[in-house]
Design a protein around this ligand. Structure first.
Ligand SMILES: Cc1cc2nc3c(=O)[nH]c(=O)nc-3n(C[C@H](O)[C@H](O)[C@H](O)COP(=O)(O)OP(=O)(O)OC[C@H]3O[C@@H](n4cnc5c(N)ncnc54)[C@H](O)[C@@H]3O)c2cc1C
Length: 348
């Protein structure tokens, strides 16, 4: 592993652990933590091969999720945006914007749930685009885009009629209205906003791909790959939670059906699978891994709740936070039902 594990743990200790409760209970967005990671070079892809980039950045998501899955999700949003620009043929975006995103001068996000669902025929496309001589004018509403703030850009896809265009949108774009969304059972500290586009102009230099569908086919496996460590981080935290209460009621927890050893085995298996597929990533492999990771994560957080007993049932307990966060992992596009459909279609 090429990443500096000690430095990562130090940033987690200093910038993430002190704010975890605020992230969960006061919808606090841990932007400083993500910026610290960027400044320390954890998103720098220069000179690295694809497999190393995938594994190193997945490790950052995993280690973050061990402490706070909400913030790990924000890291994932940033990585999704990096993936779009790394795969784009637009030299302006690659030369001018990508380095700023990798170094933390700018931060990235993704509004691709809707198009991912659209391409799987789950829903209609929410954004439409009209082509002009210099770019596109975009209208419509995205119900939820996370990891947004003042220095942020997000990927979006809009219907042009005979195809879909993929663009990079600044949160400062005239005509774009952001409305903060909180009130979820978890991940409120994910800086999530409804994004309303009213004649938002996107110049040609911010077009990621003129053919959104083909581009999604390219980035989809990576998009899903980076999600898996959201689950493994939570599984590891649940195993730790179980270990902590091992002595409770004279060791009565030993009688419970799911034990930390099983969770650790799942954690190790998924990590090994991610390592194995990194050098030749296919959609089929990663869909299988992601789907199983959801089930393993849900099993882990449920076991942790049961091992913790009524202490886990107290509002604000770590076990309950992990449980609530894990359900977002199940509901993040591709959701479990979407994954099941992808899996069925890929094996047909
Ligand atoms: C906290 C949070 C953050 C998200 N961040 C992103 C992101 O960064 N980028 C992105 O593209 N997508 C984002 N999404 C969407 C997410 O990835 C999934 O698409 C969505 O959770 C899948 O839910 P579903 O298939 O059940 O969707 P559906 O039930 O079809 O819902 C589609 C959208 O409408 C919203 N919605 C549904 N019912 C209600 C309701 N009754 N009241 C209010 N809203 C409702 C959902 O949150 C979802 O975004 C986010 C969703 C949530 C909950």
């Amino acid at each position: 592993m090429a990443i500096h594990t000690e430095q990562l743990q130090q940033i987690i200790e200093e910038k993430l652990k002190p704010v975890v409760k605020k992230v969960d209970e006061q919808a606090y967005y841990a932007e400083e933590y993500i910026l610290a990671l960027s400044e320390a070079g954890f998103f720098n892809s220069t000179g690295k091969d694809t497999a190393t980039i995938l594994q190193d950045e997945a490790a950052v998501v995993r280690e973050t999720a061990k402490v706070c899955m909400t913030t790990a999700f924000c890291v994932w949003c940033h990585l999704a945006a990096l993936t779009y620009l790394r795969n784009s043929r637009n030299e302006y975006l690659k030369q001018q914007i990508l380095p700023k995103l990798e170094q933390g001068e700018l931060l990235g996000a993704t509004g691709l749930s809707n198009p991912m669902k659209y391409y799987s025929r789950l829903e209609k496309l929410h954004l439409s685009a009209e082509q002009t001589a210099d770019g596109y004018i975009i209208n419509g509403v995205l119900p939820a885009v996370s990891n947004l703030g003042k220095r942020h850009y997000f990927g979006a896809i809009a219907d042009v009629g005979d195809r879909e265009v993929m663009v990079l949108v600044s949160t400062a774009a005239p005509g774009l209205e952001l409305k903060e969304k909180v009130g979820f059972i978890g991940v409120n500290g994910s800086a999530t906003y409804t994004c309303k586009f009213e004649n938002v102009f996107i110049s040609k230099s911010f077009v990621i791909a003129e053919d959104g569908k083909s581009f999604c086919d390219i980035i989809r496996p990576t998009f899903i790959y980076y999600q898996v460590p959201l689950g493994t981080g939570v599984i590891a935290a649940a195993a730790e939670g179980i270990q902590k209460v091992k002595a409770k009621q004279n060791g009565c927890n030993d009688y419970l059906q799911v034990q930390a050893t099983e969770l650790c085995a799942n954690y190790n298996r998924i990590n090994a699978e991610l390592t194995e597929v990194a050098s030749s990533l296919t959609l089929k492999d990663i869909v299988d891994i992601r789907l199983q990771a959801v089930h393993d994560t849900l099993q882990a957080v449920q076991a942790n709740m049961i091992h913790n007993g009524s202490a886990g049932y107290i509002a604000g307990s770590v076990a309950s936070r992990k449980l609530r966060e894990a359900y977002f992992f199940a509901n993040l596009t591709p959701t479990v039902r979407h994954l099941e459909k992808l899996k069925a279609n890929l094996t047909e």
